[in-house]
Design a protein around this ligand. Structure first.
Ligand SMILES: [Zn+2]
Length: 137
């Protein structure tokens, strides 16, 4: 992802991206957001909803990896909590998982390059030519 867009996310959601400066052996977040700019809006929306849930529930999520995998967006995360919360955390985990799954679903139908809606998504993905924006390259 374009470093400028990446920085915007880091500045807007410092808690989610707390691991961005860790050594690569400790967190893969050090590699940055490894996906195309076309998914910026999806990722930003997911960040916004995830942080809102964290603030409401009093837990915190830290992303450990953000990448495009098999042509879809994947976000892996750690939950920062005390053991005493382990019971309530299951429900929280499901909420965050749901938000990120939704983003993954959106990415499947969105061009990773330009952010446009993919038509005949499955077919174009198979050819690895995301959408018409690639024809001009
Ligand atoms: Zn495109």
């Amino acid at each position: 992802m374009n470093p400028e867009l990446e920085q915007k996310l880091y500045i807007e959601f410092p808690k989610l991206f707390a691991q961005k400066d860790l050594d690569n052996s400790k967190s893969l977040m050090g590699y940055g957001c490894c996906c195309g700019d076309g998914w910026y809006a999806i990722l930003r929306g997911a960040c916004e909803r995830t942080q809102a849930v964290c603030d409401k529930e009093g837990f915190q999520v830290e992303f450990v990896q953000v990448k495009g995998k098999f042509d879809r967006l994947r976000v892996y995360y750690d939950l920062k909590v005390a053991d005493a919360y382990s019971k309530t955390i299951d429900g929280f985990d499901a909420i965050v998982g749901g938000i990120l799954e939704e983003a993954e679903g959106e990415s499947l139908e969105t061009c990773e390059v330009c952010g446009g809606i993919l038509e005949g998504a499955e077919e174009v993905r198979a050819k690895r030519t995301p959408c018409r924006c690639w024809e001009d390259v």
